[in-house]
Ligand binder design. Structure first.
Ligand SMILES: *[C@@H]1O[C@H](CO)[C@@H](O)[C@H](O)[C@H]1NC(C)=O
Ligand SMILES: *[C@@H]1O[C@H](CO)[C@@H](O)[C@H](O)[C@H]1NC(C)=O
Ligand SMILES: *[C@@H]1O[C@H](CO)[C@@H](O)[C@H](O)[C@H]1NC(C)=O
Ligand SMILES: CC(=O)N[C@H]1CO[C@H](CO)[C@@H](O)[C@@H]1O
Length: 445
């Protein structure tokens, strides 16, 4: 019942917009299957984001936002805070999916086993290593991260992927220099991401929870210098690619000294910048599993606000925040119970504006249920309305998860036709249009 009301509202929205002669700023103005207006109101230009989605972007087609999102005609530039959309624009700069697999074998105490990684690429297993969806007849191309990402970009309108990897995979299980052989294997996934489109961004995410085998970086575990050395090697490899983002660390938690943790993050930032990656976006993670809700109250905001580039600025240093919508915020339940607006996103937006900073929600998601469709669509609509401080969101997760995984966003492939999970189709994909709708329009019947 709830689901049919969502479809009814979507149909109504299409009917309403097709009744207008011109699309308003940030509204759709073209694309495959689009039957609505194809011109924009004065002051906006209809700009193709991909083959099925064109949007009215303010000003002329040569604004930074347009040039970084128009497919193939321009080279993407490193994101800068000057190019962000104003509050209420209803357009998030980055929307993506986590492509998991190189992080398999990692536990929340930062113990990972390199050989337990499960690279989400067919070349590591052979093209025929398909596994079968347990509840449907669809064949799932297990490991086909390239196919999944191509589909997400082409059919869903996504423009960023987060590529988790265990630290131990990169250094071959010892604290020390990065193994170039292993980095080359991981680089195959990075290249697969970059190859999807000239406008796709790729986040390198070290998925170690601020730890190595149970011990916290800079607080009894690896030294800040050892952590910085890993980042220096990675940044050296990708320094000339503006479409790489550096995710310093996945989900620090139970870190006793947040000021000391900020020093570890600073060491990574300094190493990345000094390696020559001077303009790319770097994601700074706080304590408590990178919780968006407690980023300020937990002390992460104050500590990480002091992290700077070598020139003393905070340009392109973006706070990394996660949020799930289930009862205990763990992202382990199929049902969602909150949209996180009052408890997390609204207070965080206020703090970010006051401090002239921005955040990126690099993990969120839910079960393929009506409750998650409602609450996650509301969260996305709110983030889009506050896109001056929120850069975007990345869904958790596709890649090598079994499609029966509770938060699966793994699309199925039947004879070359890809089918998304219901939550991706209804909310997460930019194509679903959640960004452009009112929060109230997603109430369950
Ligand atoms: C990492 O590289 C080393 C050296 O080439 C190799 O022995 C090892 O098997 C690699 N590890 C993985 C997980 O591929
Ligand atoms: C922040 O959260 C962590 C748990 O992740 C906790 O250990 C720490 O005491 C909290 N700090 C504050 C200031 O609330
Ligand atoms: C961690 O965050 C969750 C919500 O995201 C909150 O319920 C919990 O109290 C927080 N813990 C600490 C120690 O701040
Ligand atoms: C909420 C969620 O799905 N978290 C996942 C984050 O990544 C680790 C390692 O890949 C998984 O074990 C978690 O389940």
């Amino acid at each position: 019942m709830a689901r049919s009301s969502v479809f009814a509202l979507a149909t109504l929205a299409i009917l309403l917009s097709s009744a207008q002669a011109q699309s308003n700023t940030w509204e759709q103005c073209g694309g495959q299957g689009w039957t609505g207006p194809t011109t924009c109101v004065s002051g906006a230009v209809c700009t193709a984001l991909n083959s099925y989605y064109s949007q009215c972007v303010p000003g002329t087609a040569t604004t930074t936002l347009a040039s970084s999102t128009v497919a193939t005609t321009t080279t993407a530039s490193a994101p800068g805070s000057s190019s962000t959309a104003p509050a209420g624009s209803g357009k998030l700069r980055f929307v993506g999916v986590n492509i998991s697999g190189f992080d398999f074998g990692c536990n929340t105490d930062g113990s990972c086993t390199a050989s337990a990684a499960w690279p989400p690429l067919t070349q590591f297993y052979g093209a025929f290593s398909l596994f079968v969806h347990p509840t449907a007849s669809n064949l799932v191309p297990g490991h086909d991260g390239q196919g999944q990402m191509n589909h997400f970009v082409k059919d869903g309108g996504f423009n960023v992927f987060r590529l988790p990897v265990g630290w131990q995979f990169l250094t071959n299980d010892v604290i020390g220099p990065v193994s170039q052989d292993n980095l080359t294997k991981y680089d195959a996934l990075v290249q697969a991401c970059l190859n999807t489109a000239s406008t796709t961004y790729c986040i390198i995410d070290i998925h170690n929870y601020a730890r190595w085998n149970g011990k916290i970086i800079g607080q009894g575990g690896p030294t800040n210098a050892q952590f910085a050395d890993t980042w220096s090697t990675i940044a050296t490899k990708y320094k000339s690619n503006p479409r790489i983002m550096f995710g310093v660390m996945n989900e620090p938690h139970d870190v006793p000294d947040i000021v000391a943790w900020a020093a570890s993050v600073q060491a990574a930032v300094t190493a990345i910048r000094n390696a020559g990656a001077t303009t790319q976006l770097i994601l700074l993670p706080g304590n408590n599993w990178t919780s968006a809700e407690t980023f300020v109250s937990n002390g992460s905001a104050a500590a990480l606000a002091k992290v700077v580039n070598p020139d003393g600025t905070t340009s392109n240093l973006i706070f990394d925040v996660h949020k799930y919508l289930d009862s205990d915020n763990s992202g382990t339940h199929p049902e969602c119970v909150m949209n996180n607006i009052d408890n997390a996103w609204s207070p965080l937006a206020t703090w970010l504006r006051q401090n002239k900073r921005q955040a990126f929600n690099t993990e969120t998601g839910g079960g393929n249920t009506a409750s998650c469709a409602q609450f996650l669509c509301q969260q996305i609509a709110y983030q889009a309305q506050n896109s001056d401080v929120f850069l975007g969101y990345v869904g958790w997760a596709a890649g090598n998860f079994d499609p029966s995984y509770v938060l699966s966003e793994v699309p199925t492939n039947n004879g070359g036709t890809w089918t998304d999970t219901s939550l991706v189709a209804q909310c997460i994909a930019p194509k679903a249009g959640a960004q452009k709708r009112s929060i109230a329009s997603f109430e369950q019947a």
